[in-house]
Design a protein around this ligand. Sequence first.
Ligand code: 4AD
Ligand code: MG
Length: 448
Amino acid sequence: METAGTTSAPLATIASLAQHDGQTVTLRGWLYNLRSSGKLLFPTFRDGTGTIQGIVPKAAVPEALFNTLKELQLESSLMVTGKVRADARAPSGFELDVESLEVISAVSADQPFPITLKEHGVDFLMEHRHLWVRTPRQSAILRVRATIMRAAAEYFDTNGFIRTDPPILTPNACEGTSELFEMDYFDNDKAYLTQSGQLYIEATALALGKVYSFGPTFRAEKSKTRRHLTEFWMIEPEIAFAGLDDLLELAENFLSHIVARVLESHRGDLTVIGRDATKLEAIKAPFPRISYDEAHAMLEDAFSKGLIETQHKAGDDFGSPDETYISSQFDRPVMVHRYPAAIKAFYMQPDPADPTRALCVDVLAPEGYGEIIGGSQRVDSYDLLKRRIEEHNLPLAAFEWYLDLRRYGSVPHAGFGMGIERVVAWICGLDHVRETIPFARTLNRIYP
Ligand code: 4AD
Ligand code: MG
């Protein structure tokens, strides 16, 4: 077994202490907190996998150890050796009877760690995000995020989808020209950061059948809301020979899988985050499905009863308060389908039963989290797609390659995009997406 430092004790991580009850182990990490009551010190150590409290009675340890620890500044890095003892009252289930300590890098008392256990304002914390990520709640959120990303990719990998990564530098818009980050691309050409890989994975879907993409996407949106980032991660499946109904079924199974994976391995993290896990246990397919018109009727009813402040205008998109109200009526994500074609993207297939409606879906997360998935069946007719591009005043030349997909063996196909950060916010019960990504990029912040 691997050992470290001046002791011969085996190395362990805090998350794995259950395997070491009663043994002496060495942990590598940082001093997260230190309480003292006279002749007793209670240091809390963290190592990235969790936190554990140590017990250091003055009478039981070498004097040098007691004095070093007593003066040690928070977030000093160290190796600590001690005996693991199960304790039902401890949050991690264990305590550590400290036997020896090796300081790796001591934080100077002149410049103590800026984040203390007292409350800090969000601006201060975001300004110190590089250090804020060390605190237990933020670390727990990032661990859950990693599992959500892994579970999302895993769902597609194990269900016959081929991952095909679209470009990040693109010659034209996918989701709307007003939200593009523009840059120079040699010889006076412009390039734009991608808003969605969709158009490209439509091409790979016609090559490979079932595909997905997973990567960063960018929106130069001037929206300053708790749901908007300028840089976020999107996972997008695209399927040949599929329609809206296939998409709804995929979305509910996909989301159920992700939530199940989080519940499987993050009960402790959810507790640290303060998330009520019972709310997540309800997230199982099938999910409720309502049409845009039914959602509008719900809003009318709510407005007439004084439950919402602003009246929703038939034909308009839903605002955040509308989505919040609709989603709060269900205990699992609700799939709202068939929005008016006029307010949706040019590539969406009209409903043959009512061409003023698009064969599209927005999945709204419960507890007021709003849209987490947006998708649709795609226009598969060459003539209609060309007309749509023209009606939307998009440059036809830039879309010639996209029209090729309708010239050469077009088939009905459909796909959606899910924003990882919105899903992390919902699953962790956070009130803002800025805590869902290691370094958030928003309208007013690009530091650190
Ligand atoms: O609804 P959107 O704009 O759909 C598309 O981009 C499609 N081309 C996807 C597709 O069909 N393949 O974005 C999809 C999802 C939203 O539901 C939301 O979860 C997330 O991406 N999203 C954002 N997340 C954080 N900040 C933003 N500014 C976001 N904009 C969209
Ligand atoms: Mg959308």
